[in-house]
Design a binder for this molecule. Structure first.
Ligand SMILES: Nc1ncnc2c1ncn2[C@@H]1O[C@H](COP(=O)(O)OP(=O)(O)O)[C@@H](O)[C@H]1O
Ligand SMILES: [Mg+2]
Length: 604
């Protein structure tokens, strides 16, 4: 997809593709995750106990094997054999209980911790300043919430305990080997590097390939997501075949990467099996000779083989898990980065008191602003504007003039680089963010609906509102009538983004939401493009109702709205070019005259 970047493995702008620091991203990057494990100390202790128990039993099983061979088979005593088997079954029962506890507790921990991290990450995300989301693709944030946390869950919930268990077994197994037979142990130890070498070499390759594989899968889902969302445009332009081909390309690319990874892995497994079993065969030969010569017993040799296999398996597990831990270290780092991201827009430590009583007087003073993503292009220049209480102020101007940006600054989605906006003489940066936003009701240009029913969508304006209040708001928004005609009335599901409604209907639902909030200041980004004459009549009537007796800022596109405004602010290219009422502006302002002649810009 990103051919310009694919040649550059150190593409540091995209952490998901960042394979470069994989080596340096030591497993220590996982350490901060322990802060999330800390609250569950008891569970950890229980898991550790179970771990020790099972490792201990596993190790003692080798002694059982030795006993059975020497005292049962070799001695030819059926009674001793029976006893030995009984003891063995007892041990195995204990082992099962230990394994159950370990598995349950450790998996529980993995699920619990990843749930906690998921919540923490989401809590962080919803608090972040909007410009963060312009710089970070939503798909990437989603993948942190889901893929990265899932990876951590599998690490904490299994890999970590596997690593611990295998380390215990490895150390214990080696000690038991030494106790059982020194000469053979040295033989085993000599073989270990032989087995480890290919693992380490090819493990690194496998890891890089699997990271690529994951990126490829992420690309696939991003691609498919976009097509599904815009299916009507795709079909209308009859691009189905093109999209099929493009998607096929993505899928095949992912498959190619996966194929390489699989081949690498299969080779690795085969090599390890060959080396391990060759080593064991050699050992069997050397040990077998010793048994034949009477230097050691058959039981000793059996126990020895048992421990040798255990050690080999542990080494393999540790090496494999280590690779996974490194991968998880990447996830952990990304998650912690996100968790540590501070919002640019915050409430002050000690906010000024906020009078809830009456609507405030709003003053823009020398405001200069550019969007963070466009540092060289001012969106607002030298804005000075006083918005009196209880009046209707219309913002008019061509598309791109900066009208919507005024609303964004008022709600503190961004802070201006220079100048200030004040409520009743207090800079809004000195006020509590929640208090500030509670005073305002916003009806955006493109109404936003959630994939739920009408109740939920209107009640978003005031979650405590009664059913009656919701219906009342809908009536005042001229929405009640069409809502009643929906298949299930207010309980009708509106589909994702409200796809089951027309533009005008969506807008009236958004209006009802604002009416229910009953804000002191109303911000209306009036959109007419989506409305037919009938809806326009209804929306206009609803607006008139809504604007009564409160400070209203309206980005107006209809002459009818503008004429009713107490004050008209004409904007162009980020600046206020004129302020006045309809009559005086019509007489003096050429831009206003032009806008009126065009019946305002219907599309902006
Ligand atoms: N999120 C954004 N990031 C960067 N530039 C933006 C963003 N939103 C708007 N702009 C730019 O800021 C200018 C003013 O936009 P806006 O306030 O939306 O105009 P309008 O008067 O049509 O509502 C335009 O040039 C627009 O391209
Ligand atoms: Mg706009």
């Amino acid at each position: 997809m990103n051919s310009a970047n694919s040649t550059n493995p150190a593409d540091s702008t995209n952490p998901a593709n960042n394979t470069q620091p994989e080596k340096t991203k030591a497993v220590t990057a996982l350490l901060p995750i322990f802060a999330f494990i800390k609250p569950y100390k008891l569970v950890v202790a229980g898991a550790m106990l179970a771990l020790l128990l099972t490792a201990g039993i596993n190790l003692s099983l080798g002694q059982g094997v030795k006993y059975i061979v020497d005292h049962g088979f070799i001695a030819g005593s059926s009674e001793q054999l029976g006893n030995a088997i009984l003891v063995l079954i007892g041990l195995i029962a204990l082992l099962s209980i230990g394994t159950f506890s370990r598995f349950y507790l450790v998996s529980w921990l993995g699920e619990r911790v990843s749930a906690d991290i998921r919540k923490a990450v989401f809590n962080r995300i919803v608090q972040l300043h909007p410009s963060y989301f312009e710089e970070n693709r939503s798909g990437e944030l989603m993948s942190r919430l889901t893929t990265d946390t899932t990876l951590l869950q599998s690490i904490i919930g299994s890999s970590l305990s596997m690593a611990l268990r295998s380390t215990l077994m490895l150390i214990g197994g080696l000690i038991m080997l030494l106790i059982t037979n020194l000469k053979l142990t040295l033989l085993v130890v000599a073989f270990v590097p032989l087995v480890l070498a290919p693992m380490i070499i090819s493990g690194r390759k496998v890891r890089r390939l699997s990271a690529h594989s994951q990126d490829a899968i992420a690309d696939i889902s991003t691609y498919a997501g976009e097509i599904i969302q815009n299916i009507k445009v795709v079909q209308s332009y009859t691009h189905e075949q093109r999209e099929k081909n493009a998607f096929e390309g993505e899928v095949e690319k992912a498959f190619k990467v996966a194929k390489k990874r699989i081949a690498q892995r299969a080779l690795l497994i085969a090599a390890i099996i060959f080396l391990t079993f060759s080593a064991i065969s050699v050992m069997l030969y050397v040990g077998g000779m010793d048994v034949l010569e009477g230097n050691i017993t058959g039981g000793e040799l059996s126990a020895f083989v048992f421990y040798a296999i255990m050690v080999a398996m542990s080494v393999a597990t540790v090496a494999e898990v280590y690779g996974e831990l490194q991968r998880a270290a990447g996830s952990s780092q990304r998650l912690l980065e996100l968790l540590a991201t501070k919002s640019d827009i915050n409430s002050p430590q000690t906010p000024l008191p906020f009078s809830q009583e009456q609507e405030p007087e709003i003053v823009f003073k020398n405001v200069e602003f550019n969007y963070p993503s466009r540092p060289d292009m001012p969106a607002l220049k030298n804005i000075n504007l006083t918005i009196p209480k209880g009046k209707i102020i219309a913002l008019v101007g061509p598309s791109g003039a900066g009208k919507t940006t005024m609303f964004e600054l008022l709600q503190r989605f961004y802070d201006p680089q220079q100048g200030q906006i004040s409520f009743n003489g207090n800079n809004i940066t000195q006020l509590d963010l929640t208090d500030l936003r509670k005073t305002m009701g916003m009806v955006p240009q493109h109404p936003v609906l959630f994939s739920s029913d009408v109740w939920h969508n209107i009640r978003y304006g005031n979650v405590d509102a009664s059913d009656e209040a919701v219906i009342e708001a809908a009536k005042r928004a001229h929405a009640h009538e069409f809502i009643e005609k929906l298949p299930e009335g207010y309980a009708s599901f509106l589909g994702e983004q409200g796809v089951r409604l027309s533009g005008g209907q969506k807008q009236r639902i958004a209006l009802a939401r604002a009416i229910l909030k009953d804000p002191q200041i109303l911000l209306l980004d009036e959109a007419t493009s989506a409305l037919d004459a009938q809806s326009e009549f209804h929306v206009q009537a609803a607006l008139n109702e809504l604007m009564k007796d409160r400070t209203t800022l309206i980005i107006a596109h209809r002459l009818s709205t503008v004429v009713h405004a107490d004050l008209i602010v004409v904007m162009d290219q980020g600046q206020i070019v004129d302020i006045g009422d309809h009559k005086s502006l019509l007489a003096s302002d050429p831009l206003y005259q032009r806008l009126c002649a065009l019946q305002f810009d219907k599309a902006s």
